[in-house]
Design a protein around this ligand. Structure first.
Ligand code: NAP
Length: 245
């Protein structure tokens, strides 16, 4: 019997990461969950038969400790990330920019760099990076996030060039509006403002993205799904959605 494959999911304590961990466990993977809120990942790991380890992708030592805590890896899902604030460039808040670049861009670089040798060694490695439609578009009051997601996307797509010919696949998933803790984090815990983002339209749920990731990583080894944009039917662009009420 083939040994169980291992999938590492960053930012597995909520939203898309938690749903992806659940989906990949259901697909038969042993899932290693990483995030800062350890109680949450420990509880989910118990539920799905996975392993939880604290991870702060903005801290090189934490990434090193996390990656030393397990052995072979077949799939890495770079999901940890998010947005802070919605200031125009003219009023840019440097700490918010730093948070977004550290988490989405440098965090993805750090974890990917640490695990790439093991992913290649597995003979059929796969890196999935969750960027955003904000990696495709620019819009008012979103520059810290759109610039970070554009950079994360460029980093991810570069890997496809640098490892072409090696046994490792690269899939970028670009979600539109997904109802998670994303907007709560962006608006510093203001739940009323966060709820308004999805008012009158039907957003995606975390499970919708998790299922797409589950599909991409279970294709045969010669199939590389490069770029997958997933939006709610109601959503047209990063900033335009049909509001039914
Ligand atoms: P979420 O519910 O807020 O989840 C974000 C996850 O990232 C949490 O598990 C959080 O865990 C983790 N995280 C944040 N900072 C971290 C750090 N320094 N180290 C390790 N983990 C960290 O939001 P989500 O919507 O599921 O977001 C997941 C990904 O999808 C993000 O990259 C986001 O940019 C992207 N995305 C979301 C949407 C959307 O509309 N929701 C759309 C497009 C793309 P801890 O706080 O426990 O560390």
């Amino acid at each position: 019997m083939a040994s169980q494959r291992t999938a590492v999911v960053t930012g597995a304590s909520s939203g898309i990461g938690a749903a992806t961990a659940t989906e990949l466990a259901a697909q038969g993977f042993h899932v290693v969950l990483g995030a800062r809120r350890t109680e949450r990942i420990e509880e989910l790991a118990r539920e799905i038969g996975g392993t939880a380890h604290r991870l702060d992708v903005t801290d090189p030592e934490s990434v090193e400790r996390f990656c030393a805590a397990f052995g072979p890896v077949d799939v890495l899902v770079n999901n940890a990330g998010g947005a802070h604030g919605s200031a125009p460039v003219a009023q840019a808040v440097e700490d918010d920019w730093r948070w977004m670049w550290e988490t989405n861009v440098l965090g993805t670089m750090r974890v990917t760099k640490a695990l790439l040798p093991r992913l290649v060694e597995s003979g059929d490695g796969h890196v999935v990076t969750v960027t955003s439609v904000a990696a495709l578009e620019a819009y008012s009051n979103g520059s810290g996030y759109t610039s970070a997601k554009h950079a994360e996307s460029a980093l991810h797509r570069t890997l496809r060039f640098e490892h072409n010919g090696e046994p490792v696949r690269f899939t970028e998933v670009l979600p539109g509006m997904v109802e998670t803790e994303f907007s709560l984090v962006r608006f510093a815990g203001d739940s009323e403002r966060a709820a308004k983002v999805y008012e009158g339209m039907t957003p995606l749920q975390a499970k919708d993205i998790a299922e797409v990731i589950g599909f991409a990583v279970t294709r045969p080894p010669h199939v590389n799904m490069d770029t997958i944009v997933v939006k709610a039917r109601d959503q047209l662009t990063a900033t335009q959605a049909y509001r039914h009420s």
